[in-house]
Ligand binder design. Sequence first.
Ligand SMILES: Cc1cc2nc3c(=O)[nH]c(=O)nc-3n(C[C@H](O)[C@H](O)[C@H](O)COP(=O)(O)OP(=O)(O)OC[C@H]3O[C@@H](n4cnc5c(N)ncnc54)[C@H](O)[C@@H]3O)c2cc1C
Length: 458
Amino acid sequence: MMDILKELVEIAGERVSASPSERYCYRGDASQVFGHPEFVIRPESTNQVSRILRLCNENLVPVTARGAGTGLSGGCSPVKGGVVLDTSGMNRIVEIDIENQQVIVEPGVIAEDLNLHLHPYGFFFPPDPGSMAMCTIGGMIANNSSGMRCVKYGTVREYILDLEVALADGRVIHTGKKVLKSSAGYDLTRLFVGSEGTLGIITKAALKLAPLPKTRKLILSFFEQADIASQAVIKVFSEGITPSACEILDKTTLSVLKLCDSHLAIDEEGDMILFEVDGTETSTDEAARQIVEICKPLALSSRIVSGSEMKGIWAARRLVGASISRLDPQKTRVYMGEDVGVPLKEMPTLIRRVQQIAGKLNIPAMKYGHIGDGNLHVALFIDVSDELEWEKLRYAADKIHRAALDLGGTVSSEHGIGLARAKYLPEQLGADAFSVMHSIKIALDPKGILNPGKMGFD
Ligand SMILES: Cc1cc2nc3c(=O)[nH]c(=O)nc-3n(C[C@H](O)[C@H](O)[C@H](O)COP(=O)(O)OP(=O)(O)OC[C@H]3O[C@@H](n4cnc5c(N)ncnc54)[C@H](O)[C@@H]3O)c2cc1C
């Protein structure tokens, strides 16, 4: 392996590192999956990425792409060693083309930075994961990330018009055009969206933009039980209303939310649904009033919030998933079984099953997430020095994944498969569909150098 170091340095100079401390820093993401890279490389251009891939392909060296390392499934963890290719240095906004409502970016651009640049033009890139202040556009595309507002605006895949991708053998292709519609051949763009660095390295992306809404309002509705809250969500959608966000925060999550911001005046009891509506002043007023009416028969109470109170609630909501140990400093949140999704109708059942699983094992579980998308985040938290607690947690996470599959759902709505959920993929897709995926992998990466060990591929 050390044989190629000289050639890597010829391509990327000082941006190649074999230092033990740097390699240690690149061993994983925010999940429990770790590897041991031999080299870390921070390329600055498509040309460098292409040359690195050609060299690694010729020498059978694994290459694992990395954005900001905020993933929750071990996607950027180099579990078979080799090279970690850190794209965070490729962070230029290449072109803002407002007339065509699109922007071209390099993969290392941070999602929130992009939106700050777009704000003066009155446009935004809607997918907004809780990690948007840290995560890269490349990582978001590779995971098909979503977030709070995808219930109305859709996930990353709805916003990609064209990708520049460096393939395993170093060839560079474009998957689309700068047009809003195209009906020309296989949809290669969507093939790479969600491919988690297993098919190619994204080196540029043309993204579609949306106009910023004139106004936003929140409706906070409180319910005796989380499963009753989810019934109210189903009623709102059945009435033809599409909120711009629809989040569940159960009682435990609400207490953490208040710890995140002690100024938040949420004194109501119960499990909360946070609906957001956006649009014009008149349309948001009307939608907010309708949501309050629809929730009335099921809710303990509802109220409409705007202005600085709304901003404070959103800021705390973004922190809540990572802040749970404020409830008990002896315990740490472990991201396992945290991202299941089911058809909306099955959400009340999923919530009850999760409660039963955690209750039986006596593991505290906070339930929150993008309920409008049918996506429930379960935050299990344990004393990580206690092996028995680990065993219970792994068992609970497995049961939660299986509950989602049993209800016709998915083991990951947005965080991806990586290694953490790889064993469930053949079961979720079915053996034949999984083998089609495998054939695609072999066609594009016959030597298996791209992110090996992930998604069930060696
Ligand atoms: C506190 C917190 C909150 C979160 N909230 C959300 C949320 O609300 N919604 C959501 O969807 N996710 C969420 N996530 C998960 C995570 O932030 C997202 O999946 C994010 O898109 C990952 O981006 P990243 O730049 O950190 O990618 P990384 O973790 O570095 O990599 C993710 C995957 O993308 C691949 N990859 C990265 N760059 C490229 C590239 N240029 N070409 C090809 N493959 C590449 C990697 O190999 C890996 O498989 C959250 C994470 C945290 C820690």
